[in-house]
Design a protein around this ligand. Structure first.
Ligand SMILES: Nc1ncnc2c1ncn2[C@@H]1O[C@H](COP(=O)(O)OP(=O)(O)OP(=O)(O)O)[C@@H](O)[C@H]1O
Ligand SMILES: [Mg+2]
Length: 264
């Protein structure tokens, strides 16, 4: 298990430099620079509309910034789309849960394995041996994740019937099914009860510690951010206003002003 100090001194694996993104006249991100180190828990915080979700969408190629450079594992990424990002080991969850509500928990998690499926559809049809073996391997991995996140009891339940907190956990499970090296979590604890939040915090930290997964997480609950993140970047109106250890940013005057809604 890694200590916080070791995590904070990991190699830089993702570098975002001078990123600017606008939607028409709306500047969602203005000249943002920060990096992510291997194995760390990196939080992105800021008031509503600050540009946090846009930043995650830039990292996994949903949005293409008009300016700036993204370097992942030492290579500059141009025009990466979400599929490329996933193929490079980046998985994510969404601010609004994006699951197939009518499908069971198990089937939803299986969709997270799509990229890992080697046998093509044609092969699956004509070369049963390989497809069958692969199916068994996929199942084993999915069952491991189900055990890890303690959702055995709901594996056959349609997702739409689950309480919100559990749906969030299933979404995490689906992201983990891709065996990502980097996990982007957009408000994984939003709308949860205190107890559900505690569970989710524990699972996020367990993922980080046991699989070594680098975590980039957006979260509004400052207590959670202070507890689980190694470093925090703070956005406000599309600009970066602070970046550092949780205790550093918490005391930062610009951050306090942003959260109190002081005019700039
Ligand atoms: N697809 C889009 N089209 C137009 N404007 C957008 C789009 N996505 C984001 N924006 C705008 O960019 C700005 C930043 O939005 P973003 O969703 O990134 O903020 P956020 O920090 O995630 O906010 P919240 O805490 O409410 O989730 C907002 O003004 C938003 O309206
Ligand atoms: Mg958002």
């Amino acid at each position: 298990m890694m200590t916080a100090a070791e995590r904070r001194s990991g190699d830089v694996i993702l570098k975002l430099e001078n990123i600017s993104l606008a939607f028409g006249g709306v500047k969602a991100l203005s000249d943002i620079t920060f990096d992510v180190r291997e194995h760390e828990v990196r939080a992105i915080i800021g008031p509503n509309g600050a540009g946090k979700s846009s930043m995650l969408n830039v990292i996994n190629g949903v949005y293409h910034p008009q300016q700036g450079t993204i370097t992942f594992h030492g290579k500059v990424r141009h025009g990466m789309n979400p599929h490329d990002a996933a193929a490079h080991g980046i998985a994510r969850t969404f601010q609004n849960i994006a699951l197939f509500k009518g499908m069971t928990v198990l089937d939803n998690i299986m969709t997270g394995r799509n990229l890992k499926m080697k046998a093509s559809f044609v092969e699956q049809a004509i070369w049963i041996g390989r497809a069958r073996r692969e199916e068994l391997e996929q199942r084993a991995k999915v069952e491991e994740i189900i055990d890890f996140l303690e959702i055995q009891h709901i594996r056959k339940t349609p997702v739409g019937r689950l309480p919100y907190g559990l749906q969030k956990r299933v979404e995490l499970a689906r992201a983990l099914a891709a065996e990502p090296s980097m996990l982007l979590l957009d408000e994984p604890m939003a709308g949860m009860s205190v107890e559900e939040k505690q569970d989710m915090c524990r699972f996020v930290l367990d993922v980080n510690e046991q699989y070594g997964t680098t975590i980039v997480l957006i979260e509004h609950d400052m207590g959670v951010v202070m507890d689980i993140s190694d470093r925090v970047v703070v956005l406000d109106y599309g600009r970066k206003i602070a970046d550092g250890r949780p205790d550093e940013v918490r005391g930062d005057q610009a951050v306090i002003d942003a959260y109190l809604g002081v005019a700039h």
